[in-house]
Design a protein around this ligand. Sequence first.
Ligand code: PEP
Ligand code: MN
Length: 351
Amino acid sequence: MAGAVERGGAMIVRMSPAADDRQREQIVHLLRERGYDVLALAGGGQPVIGLNGKPIEEDLPAWLSRQPGVEQVVKPGPAYTLAAREVRPAGTVVRVGQVTFGAGDPVVIAGPCAVEDRDQLLRTAEAVRQAGASMLRGGAFKPRTSPYSFQGLGEIGLELLAEAREATGLPVVTEVLDTEQVEVVAHYADMLQIGSRNMMNFALLRRVAATGKPVLLKRGFAATVDEWLLSAEYLLAGGNDQVVLCERGVRGFDTATRFTLDLNAVPLVRQLSHLPVIVDPSHGTGRRELVPPMSLAAIAAGAHGLIIEVHPEPERALVDGRQTITPETLADLVRRVRALTAVTADVLTGI
Ligand code: PEP
Ligand code: MN
């Protein structure tokens, strides 16, 4: 196309902190007049506008920079745009009830791999609360490698999670496997988890974005960091910026551990993206004795939190018992995380 930059895609117009709503609306209006699709992203930090749908005309960045209220026009990254750190240099804070990811102390999410029954869930929920966790996890719909394995309690599991939230005050995160389940899971959960096996289920990402609920986006176990951030881009482009990334291990050549926890990814995505990132040392290692040391390593690498599988009797857990710790181990781990955070908070500044 004549007069157009070859690469199509998106760009970001960063408004100055002093810009008012009228100036922002004027930019949206001018861009639409020139035939661009405009995404006006709401939420904390400065207002941001992402464009896509047609190649960016050559004169556009300079023209936009001259408009009142515009601070900077950011060129598209190689792949993701709205997920790029430049969009919100100070970082995004994701809120789930009283819990904040990306500000303050690391968040500890804990609970069973799967909701098994009422007694198991309520006992575990109370125990993880007492151990110092600030959110409850638990799968109601389970993505199992074998169709003959326990698939989860489904909606009954969701009801039990809601009851556990009532009893403990802990917000709940649970996985949504399928576009057809989005509505019911969003009805019960405080945060929706996209599992590793679904990271590239783009229809699911779009539907989950549309709920407006906070999202925990796990990294596909064979996904590159760029692919992971592009999946986050689907959520952001869908108008939902309440996204927390979760590193949960990738598949390598070594079968000594279930997966290889890629802690490189933590400081890397903190540099590349404004989204908070947490770590799952349970799936990342597959061995309960590795969960405490790798949790501490994750915090030292700059993780904004942890998600940990806990069961009162790990040997009896229906799913993932080998990587599950007891509430007592969790309590000890939370104490260590707090002690480490007291040191890393200063040491990690600027990294
Ligand atoms: C889980 O957290 O319950 C889970 C299934 O994890 P992943 O999608 O990372 O395998
Ligand atoms: Mn599990």
